[in-house]
Ligand binder design. Structure first.
Ligand code: FES
Ligand code: FES
Length: 162
């Protein structure tokens, strides 16, 4: 019979809510989000740290949650795509992706919106080079990216109150 794996205690805040959990040390952050906290908006699209579908913000920085153990998020503030909407209102980035047709199948979209948030929280007037750099870790197999760039520009405009 396999030996039981000792669990470790973990505290982290996800989308503004504090969680105290007991997890196996091998659990990935994306597994914690999807399978334990039921936040399935964070996607898994590869097993090589390539696609970026699993991107979340940790303490304000975009991270690939498939590439971290959950215990590495001890004490952290994590934001997933579910945390963008407030009181039933979509975030300007969510609206912009919809309004610009910045998605097709939508599988990459949560990760792209999180990378967009990281960019626009520091730079509300990104040029094309800055936009390309910001989403370099996110792969979209459907759109050809042009409408994603339009969505980022529209989100920036909306967030600037234009
Ligand atoms: S699931 Fe592809 S980079 Fe994380
Ligand atoms: S919209 Fe399908 S992968 Fe990006």
């Amino acid at each position: 019979m396999p030996e039981a794996v000792e669990k470790v205690t973990l505290q982290l805040t996800v989308n503004g809510k504090l969680h105290s959990l007991s997890v196996e040390p091998r659990v990935l952050l994306v597994e914690l989000l999807r399978e334990i906290l039921d936040l399935t908006g964070t996607h898994v699209g590869c097993d090589t740290t390539y696609c970026g579908a699993c991107t979340v913000l940790m303490n304000g920085a975009a991270v690939k949650s498939c590439t971290m153990f959950a215990v590495q998020a001890e004490g952290a503030e994590v934001l997933t795509v579910e945390g963008l909407e407030k009181d039933g209102e979509l975030h300007p980035i969510q609206k912009a992706f919809g309004d610009s047709y910045g998605l097709q199948c939508g599988y990459c979209t949560p990760g792209l919106m999180i990378s967009t948030l990281q960019l626009l929280s520091k730079n509300r007037k990104p040029n094309e080079k800055e936009m390309r750099k910001a989403i370099a870790g996110n792969t979209c197999r459907c759109t050809g990216y042009q409408n994603i760039f339009k969505a980022i520009q529209l989100a920036a405009k909306n967030m600037n109150g234009a």
